[in-house]
Design a protein around this ligand. Sequence first.
Ligand SMILES: [Zn+2]
Length: 258
Amino acid sequence: MAVEFFKEIGVKNGTSRLFIGGLHGKEGLSTIHTLKNIKNINVAEGSLVLCNLSPSPYLSTLDPLYYLSSNGSKLLNLIKNHQPEIYLELHCYHPEKSSKLTVCNRKDIFGVPALIELKYGVLMGSVSPLIRAVFFGLHDFPFILEMPCNPSTRSLEVSQEIMEITANSSNRVEIMKKLGKIYPQQVKRLDNYFHEFSLNFWPAFQEVKQEALKTDLKNLKDLDQLISRVICKGNFDLNPVQIGQLSQAFLIFREYKI
Ligand SMILES: [Zn+2]
């Protein structure tokens, strides 16, 4: 079966949605089934693009080099072209490696909080901060859905339900309200993550962008110094890994958005 897949439903006006799988490694071999088998997909208004990418060498979406890879560039071009307010990345993981995604000090190690299990091994969380802050509005819905590779019927059903709810909603608040009825504890934790992000990484990134426009940055050292000043002035709560991500996100912003 061909793994590359692209389908657009709905109309151009209104909410733009993008569901995309196969970002890296061989994940596309699993995510293609989820995208193709989705049965009750409806959009209330606006559009939905369903897309799956071909297998590629594995690079984490937390690694800035990913966005220079062939699949990474395809991904960013799709995001730039469709400008989705609702965005769902479909990933799959090998269950023996799930601790990398759910370990409680994940933020200290990888700069992002642990993904949260909804049910039957299906995990949810925000997309990489390297694109979260650059390509999306604060109140958009850019999320990751991770399911076990070669998922069980139950895991598939959970993923498909999330995709149906997400496709059939028009904004973040509506999606979280609907998900909260099914997964109240998990949605509460996701809301806490969002609150924390909106007080620290997000405003720090906005400030870095504004300050950088006023400054003649000659090299990475200048950027790092600017970031240090912004963090100190705003008293933002960011660990060393997240501070590195601010710099990486700014470089992606400069490459793709200016
Ligand atoms: Zn992945």
